[in-house]
Design a protein around this ligand. Sequence first.
Ligand code: F6P
Length: 323
Amino acid sequence: IKKIGVLTSGGDSPGMNAAIRAVVRAGLYYDLEMYGIYRGYEGMIQNDIKKLESKHITHVLERGGTFLKSARSAEFRTFEGRQTAYNNLKSHGIDALVVIGGDGSLTGAHLFYKEFGVPAIGLPGTIDNDLSGTDSTIGFDTACNTAIEAIDKIRDTATSHDRLFFVEVMGRDAGFIAINAGIGSAAAAILIPEKKMPIEHLVDKLKIRTKAKKASNIVIVAEGGKSGGANEIASMVKKHLPYYDIKVTILGHLQRGGSPSSYDRLLASKLGVAAVEGLLQGKYDVMAGLINNKVVYTPIKKAIVDDKSVDEDDFRIAKILST
Ligand code: F6P
């Protein structure tokens, strides 16, 4: 391997820049030529590929977003799109790839390896934390911190007005942000996609808390919840508790931005080096992750299929703490 291309794809996450920097620095350290592929697979298809030197990665570690930009490419899902992308890679002499992204992005890397034999390593870059083979994904910790900071502010105004707030956090298919932010902000209840909570249970819980004269109630709802998002849940609850002053806040893309936390910087840096070293050791079609602070390489197919689920014990703890 002499030339490595690096790209970020799918929803961006804080720490992606730190990961790109670590990949490029490690590549240059091992005397490799490094290439940035802009706008993910879309840029690979459109040949938006540039050589990266040390000067391109100074002062990017601390910045949110991704300077390589990101996209969700529909064309890469077709064989013709992947063929064009492969031809472009070859025209630059790129012989290996580091793909930073979530499950969709890593699926792309896996297909590309299978069809064209391009050695590829994935790095888990998503705020959702829904990849196996790593304790945490790059950006998850920062997103939880951002959510908690926002919920703390909502708590102030909720308490002043004795209000019930429904706060929607991101996580299309996974409740990791919801459960972490919920425990970390003393939520009255947490609704996640993996677990259905009958509306009657939620209403009973809120009634008990009212009797206990709780000054404010914040319910965290993951966007992909089984009973709908925060707006839907709020209007269902309103029917049962008409006397409550109910408000809804959707945190949305706020959670995807911002400077990465120290944990995400460290994680991204370690995994960036692990990606380059893994490729040099012939580890292909795998995702580099960190488990118990040790680098682990997991086949991409396993990392994306065996989606980890929210720890039952976290759910039990959240329940105890919200009574
Ligand atoms: O996968 C990361 C994520 O932020 C999800 O939590 C969310 O559902 C989705 O991306 C939003 O995607 P987009 O920015 O394309 O609307």
